[in-house]
Design a protein around this ligand. Structure first.
Ligand code: 5AD
Ligand code: SF4
Length: 418
């Protein structure tokens, strides 16, 4: 989402005059730091990053802090780093042109509605188009700061999404990547559902000329109804890679997290998906050491991972965040226990991957090539979201090719075009 927000800001700036991108802070006239605040670490990093930029930047270069940490710290950023010129919240990126013109500018209003704003076009990768389909989140999971930084959940009107997808496909992006905090809750307007739902939106996008692949993140397990699973399993343009943010495998912890489902409910849903679409890969987000998490609770998480055998996990130690319900909880888990649990989870997952990896040997996948890597390799993805590398150059980019895997590794499958 942050990548897309950065693209939005670049597109807005480009409306007035073409901005050139540079990764070298010494030559930049404008430095944008787009921030995350989901865990504490990146927030702490922000101020050391600002310090680094101040050391090296041109004397007149402006610095803007954008995104969720901007939303959450607001004025405090000016107090701690007075050299910063503007602070623009995650829900206010459309104001970037106004912000760069002022000496000081702050907008972190989470009630601002950007959902119908027609952003300019800019893509860091021309082969794949990220499209926001909703902004904000109404879920209020006990650990999560996002509803406080991105505000109420609103769906972007489907006409805007379909037009954006059609323009992207016409310009050569074969893959459309839909973004939102709860994509499969799409269709919300003023807190109410109505009109086109997520399953219908997926179908409509798949009918656009030139769209060959559709991905999305993040769906919420709670909204994985039969209509959605049917469309996912049966529409050949929808990539067979599903993210299921488990968070915890313990029903007691899930309840404390206010996730709205139980361990059994999650297992049933994931198994149904495996049965309806056996070729699908499933990834998960997992938090260990949420307040009060017992050894037994943690073992429940291990058990769910063992049963579903996720193809990919993103796992984190719980990080207390201001404004969240969990920040008030007293029974914190000490860091040593938290680290041990995270290590155990990650090591077991690596072992699961090591068991799976050899089975890719000799298989043929359709790979959409999207970037060049070092040493003469081109990289792309399978429908299941595995990264595949083959020897090759520019001529492969933007193309879908059959690739036979000759050297499967845990994170990259090496192969050759057949
Ligand atoms: N601590 C640790 N991980 C968190 N996430 C969200 N909030 C926190 C937190 N306070 C994780 C969740 C979410 C992912 C984007 O980040 O797993 O799905
Ligand atoms: Fe955060 Fe929960 Fe909303 Fe996801 S669904 S953004 S974890 S509050």
């Amino acid at each position: 989402m942050n990548v897309r927000d950065s693209e939005h800001m670049i597109a807005e700036l480009n409306r007035e005059e073409p901005y050139l991108l540079t990764k070298d802070a010494k030559e930049a006239d404008l430095i944008l730091i787009n921030t995350c605040s989901v865990r504490e670490k990146p927030v702490n990093k922000l101020f050391s990053e600002i310090g680094q930029f101040l050391k090296h930047k041109k004397p007149d270069a402006k610095i803007g802090i954008c995104g969720c940490t901007a939303s959450h710290l607001g004025e405090e950023i000016f107090k701690r780093a007075p050299e910063v010129n503007f602070v623009l919240g995650a829900r206010n990126v459309s104001k970037i042109r106004e912000a760069v013109l002022k000496e000081k500018f702050l907008d972190i209003n989470i009630n601002y509605d950007e959902s119908a704003y027609a952003f300019g076009e800019f893509r860091q990768n021309p082969y794949k188009a990220y499209i926001n389909i909703s902004i904000g989140c109404d879920k209020k999971c006990a650990f999560c700061i996002v509803p406080h930084t991105r505000g109420e959940e609103i769906s972007v009107p489907h006409e805007l999404i379909l037009n954006e997808a059609a323009r992207a496909a016409a310009s050569g992006a074969k893959e459309i990547f839909l973004l939102g905090q709860n994509v499969n809750n799409y269709g919300l307007s003023g807190g109410k559902k109505g009109g086109v739902n997520f399953s219908q939106l997926l179908t409509r996008i798949s009918e656009i000329d030139g769209v060959e692949r559709i991905r999305f993140t993040s769906p919420h397990p709670l909204h994985m109804d039969d209509e959605f699973l049917d469309v996912f399993a049966s529409n050949p343009k929808i990539c067979k890679s599903m993210h299921m943010p488990l968070q915890s495998g313990s029903t007691a912890v899930l309840k404390a997290m206010k996730r709205g489902y139980t361990k059994e409910w999650f297992l049933k849903c994931a198994k149904k998906l495996r049965a309806m679409c056996p070729q699908a890969s499933i990834s998960a987000d997992i938090i260990v050491a949420f307040p009060n998490e017992s050894e037994m609770d943690f073992m429940d998480t291990m058990e769910v991972m063992e049963e579903i055998r996720f193809e990919q996990i993103f796992s984190f130690k719980y990080s207390p965040r201001p404004l969240t319900a969990a920040a008030q909880m007293t029974n914190r888990i000490d860091d040593k226990t938290a680290s041990a649990r995270l290590k155990m989870l990650q090591e077991r997952h690596a072992a699961i991957l090591d068991e799976m990896t050899p089975s890719y040997m000799g298989k043929v996948f359709e790979v959409y090539f999207e970037e060049l890597r070092e040493n003469g390799f081109a990289a792309g993805r399978t429908s299941q979201n595995n990264t595949v590398c083959v020897k090759g150059s520019e001529e492969l980019l933007g193309k879908i090719k059959s690739v036979k895997i000759t050297q499967p590794q845990r994170l990259i499958l090496y192969g050759e075009v057949v």
